[in-house]
Design a protein around this ligand. Sequence first.
Ligand SMILES: Cc1ncc(COP(=O)(O)O)c(C=O)c1O
Length: 453
Amino acid sequence: MKTSNESNLSTSLSMYDRAQSVLAGSVGHDLRYALPGPIYTARGKGGRKWDVDSNEYIDFLVGNAALLLGHADQEVVAAVQSVVADGTHFGNDHPLQLEWSELIQQMVPSAERVRFTNSGTESTLLAIRLARAFTGRPGLLRLEGHFHGWHDDVVHGFDMPFQEPTCLGATPNDQRDVVCLSDRQIDRIDDLLSQQKTAAVIVESTGASWGRAPLREKFLQSIDEITKRTGTIFILDEVISGFRFGAAGVQGVEGIRPDLTTFAKVVAGGMPGGAVVGRRDIMDLMQKNGDPHHDRHQRVVHFGTYNACPPSAAAAIVTLKRIQSTDVTHRVNTLGANMRQALQDLIKSLGIAAHVYGQASLFHVYFETDSNRLSDISEQADVWIDDPARLKGMPGHLVARYQQLLRYHGVDLMSGTGGALCTAHTEADISEAISAFEKVLIKLLDEGLVFQI
Ligand SMILES: Cc1ncc(COP(=O)(O)O)c(C=O)c1O
């Protein structure tokens, strides 16, 4: 396996040079920014990918967790190829849109109605608008650290420090009636929602940033109860967990029924696309009935040139059918558990003050770097911490160096210290990745960026 280092990333780096004079921000997505430059990926197959310098990576980014079946799955590629031969996009509804939405309805019990969007950001935007329209209330409650895309209602509050604005140019939370609380403040949440001025509470189903800061136990059940009691709309953001944690996502695992759910990524088979699903009475706010007054003044408006475009529908149908009728999610969840265990065993054998965690097919690593805490730690179990500010607040230079070294050893992560697995990964990929982690962790110890117990 040819892996990268600073000297054999030359094609990627020269492309990055070109990008500086044409791409705003030099990259196509904030998370792609990396030092000395991002990798330019040429192709992928299964759980691996190759950059333009022919370096090979075990891929734990898998299309920002969109590709549950891995890269270039044969059946997905064939389905997409077969529809694009007849036209890529019409701006009309397409028969595959129906099959796609019926599959979602069969798999997710709360999906009384389905509306397709083009991304997770569009899904959360539409769900929040529907909730405000349905309740006639302006407020939105979001949770510290949780990520729901980049539109103004949700852009502040996902990054540390959570109460400070995240983004220039975005309307401040107080002007948008958005309150941001911690999931540790359940009494304040109850008080706020009891005032019945809040349209919706939106929650990342995994806890903040695909589980980097997990939710308190039974938090979703508490929100389910409080929202039902106060007439607040419960929006569960399953953009990451939907169809990945199981056929019915986290709501299926936890036995809850949110009013609205937002999907993207796996729901569209790894192609561009998303969906809002939920209660019929809420979703019906988008219905036209031919009465000009109703259609102009009493509806929620939603457009989107590419909504449910045929190639996305084709990829989605293959993917969702595989999830519905085989044991793929069980298998990928087992791989995820094995990855977490192998990484934890490695960390223990090296005596590093870190702990590995995550749910389903996701993994995260927390490195303890706080000198006060380090002096109190005498065994591995003491490293465990559940404070979102710490879990999301590891030193930036440590995280960047860890990601960079892993890339040099043939492993690409999703973001932070963690990654996502796909069904095409194997136990051999995990063993190979663990050897890369070993080299990287030894180097980080050497560089004084991580610490031993
Ligand atoms: C939980 C969650 N919601 C929303 C989004 C936004 O999705 P998109 O990047 O498709 O706009 C993401 C993206 O990673 C996400 O993880």
